[in-house]
Design a protein. Structure first.
Length: 104
């Protein structure tokens, strides 16, 4: 009997806590660090300044948020950018590419 057990997601073993890449943790840590500095040095007298001070951590948290069928939101944004900026017309190069053309 040739029964093979293949895990559903084999890449989770290479991820930190099964979710994060090292870059994801660096990005999140940088956002939290910048937010900590802004909270420490900005006068938090108005709501706008508080939102401004918290925005780096919130944005970085949004980018590393896990999403089904993709790794995280950053991956979706990168894939969308590549799709919109690359060539959208695809030339057929399949097995019948030379059908109908004169061959030597």
């Amino acid at each position: 009997m040739n029964n093979y057990l293949i895990p559903a997601n084999t890449k989770t073993g290479r991820l930190i806590l099964g979710i994060f890449r090292p870059f994801d943790l660096i990005l999140f840590g940088t956002g939290v660090f910048i937010t900590t500095l802004l909270i420490a040095f900005l006068p938090l007298a108005s709501t706008f300044v508080v939102i401004l001070a918290l925005s780096p951590a919130l944005i970085c948290s949004f980018l590393v948020l896990p999403v089904p069928y993709y790794h995280n939101m950053l991956t979706i944004i990168i894939e969308l950018y590549e799709f919109l900026t690359n060539r959208q017309t695809y030339r057929w190069r399949g097995w019948c590419y030379k059908v109908g053309k004169k061959t030597k």
